[in-house]
Design a protein around this ligand. Structure first.
Ligand SMILES: *Cc1c(COP(=O)(O)O)cnc(C)c1O
Length: 540
């Protein structure tokens, strides 16, 4: 510790006194009033692992509990859980990227300048916008920045009454939250029967709030997983009413190389580099949510006071660093650079094809809620499992938990439609893995049909899911279904379907064992549990 203190003092003393000599250390001692008196990280976990061997095993134990992409598909709709290729990720550990301060002088970060300029230019080209700010640290922060830009734009023209933000009922929850934070009043536009925006409701709302329409926030393809054919009509209507069009770019994985939000009516969009452009995500970040805009909004995009970014007038920062999560930008740079236009188009096409494959294969057993023109879905689809509840009392939770027994992470649940599952396979999954998923879903639907007749409603493989090894081995087994059905349902159906024995064996041998059984989900949400010491431990 003393060594650190000495080097800190030395660094400053050079500046202060122009000398390399050590100055009187006592002069720099910390005052009592700022010294820590409380304990630091007292929990046992922070003191248990004292050798690298122990630490390594501890980390491995944590990873063992996890279900990540290195195990199998994570079909979370709207999340774009695609491959984060090692070659794309490797550069972030280079010291030139990893060990530089965000406010280092420009001359020390010429490489970064090239990186950010390339990315800004490429993303502008991909999206059809004129200007890109890489500053926001998340998609939601990009939304906030984009809406602030719209608001400042209206203000700059003296139109301070334009404070209504129209948002379709299917929108991602962050849309409305960002709109409110940016000072807009949210007005929800209804959904038509086919899942697209209800145009007559939209026209009505535009009329009701004439002169006050600030913006509409669209997602394209919509969170219903379809390309809405009337998107240009919608953007035209809003523009005619004096409003700006915000297109949520989180679904860009269905568009890159084929369609550009800036070309079909968008004034501003955010992208999620941690979805479409290969930055790993899940578990809380960091993310990058660049905001891209047409030239009339560019002066209002987030910059950085002090001029370390562009000297745009009126630009306010939305993050404490000029380029936000700059250290992970090399991943998206490499993704775009390695794929090139042809590769990016190929990724988009494969992602959309994969979603349509899943939708069509599952349709006979689990209906797909919305389809767009030609009967196609976009890069994701909503599987309607609500009939399983009506017919057999099997809930969406049961299906999601049972998928864990089959070796899958659950898809997105009850968003944007309660009681349904939204599946996004991405371009990264092989046909074999897509089939494994479809086999599992079909088999779960079949299992559901036996609930109430063959198995009681409160004791069946769906209710009991997910099954831990402990529950199968300890204390006897008195359920109306076998341990094999509980633990190896994927291998059972693979065998029944006559799949290659080696494949069946692999399913058994590489089974994911869930670390905990079912927890009553809403109870857990409403009764926060801390796995640290109980709150009483923190009393005086
Ligand atoms: C993920 C997502 C967002 C928000 O992005 P974050 O990076 O999670 O803040 C917004 N809209 C849609 C449609 C999304 O899927």
């Amino acid at each position: 510790k003393d060594e650190t203190r000495v080097s800190v003092v030395r660094a400053f003393s050079r500046v202060i006194e122009g000398t390399n000599e050590l100055v009187d250390m006592d002069q720099f001692s910390l005052g009592e009033e700022i010294r820590r008196s409380s304990d630091f990280l007292p929990q046992a976990t922070f003191h248990r692992y004292h050798s690298e061997t122990e630490m390594m095993r501890y980390m491995h134990r944590l990873a063992e509990k996890d279900y990540a992409l290195d195990r199998g598909m994570i079909p979370l709709g709207s999340c774009t859980m695609k491959l984060n290729a090692a070659v794309e990720v490797s550069a972030i550990s280079y010291s030139g990227f990893a060990r530089i301060h965000p406010f280092a002088p420009e001359s020390d970060r010429l490489g970064y300048r090239r990186l950010t300029q390339d990315l800004e230019a490429w993303l502008a080209e991909i999206t059809g916008y004129d200007s890109v700010s890489l500053q926001p640290n998340a998609g939601s922060q990009g939304e906030f920045a984009g809406l602030l830009a719209i608001r400042r734009y209206h203000d700059s023209k003296g139109e301070k009454d334009r404070r209504i933000c129209l948002i379709p009922a299917s929108a991602h929850g962050t849309n409305a939250a960002s709109a409110v934070m940016a000072g807009f009043r949210v007005v929800v536009v209804k959904t038509a029967k086919d899942g697209s925006i209800d145009l007559s409701d939209l026209t009505q709302k535009i009329e009701d709030f004439s002169g006050q329409i600030g913006a509409i926030m669209l997602t394209y393809p919509s969170t219903h997983g379809t390309f809405e054919p009337q998107v240009v009509e919608v953007t035209d209507l809003v523009h005619a009413a004096g409003g700006q069009v915000y297109i949520d770019g989180a679904n860009l994985n269905a568009l890159v190389g084929y369609a550009r939000p800036g070309a079909f009516g968008g004034d501003v969009s955010h992208l999620n580099l941690h979805k479409t452009f290969a930055i790993p995500h899940g578990g809380g970040g960091p993310g990058v949510g660049p905001v891209a805009a047409k030239s009339h909004l560019a002066p209002f995009l987030p910059g950085f006071p002090g001029g370390s970014r562009h000297d745009w007038p009126g630009s306010g920062a939305v993050s404490s660093a000029p380029y936000g999560s700059a250290s992970i930008l090399p991943i998206s740079w490499a993704y775009i650079r390695l794929l090139g236009l042809e590769g990016l188009r190929g990724a988009t096409a494969t992602a959309v094809l994969a979603a349509n494959y899943v939708a069509d294969r599952l349709e006979p057993s689990i209906p797909v809620l919305y389809r767009g023109p030609g009967g196609f879905v976009g890069h994701e689809c909503i599987l309607d499992v609500r009939p399983l509840k009506e017919k057999y009392g099997v809930t969406v939770d049961d299906v999601a938990k049972r998928l864990i027994d089959y070796g899958f992470h659950a898809p997105t649940m009850s968003f944007p439609v309660a009681g349904t599952l939204m599946v996004e396979p991405t371009e990264s999954e092989s046909l074999e893995e897509l089939d494994r998923f479809c086999d599992a879903m079909e088999s779960i639907a079949e299992e559901a049909s036996r609930v109430g007749s063959e198995w009681p409603a409160d004791d069946n493989p769906l209710q009991g899911a997910p099954h831990t090894a402990h529950s199968l081995l300890v204390g006897g087994w008195d359920h109306p279904y076998s341990q094999e059905v509980a633990a190896y349902p994927d291998a059972l159906i693979a065998r029944k379907k006559g799949r290659d024995p080696e494949y069946v064996h692999r399913l058994i041998e590489s089974k994911y064992w869930v670390p905990v059984g079912r927890i009553d989900a809403p109870w857990g949400d409403r009764n926060l549990q801390c796995s640290c010491p109980p709150p009483e431990a923190f009393e005086d």
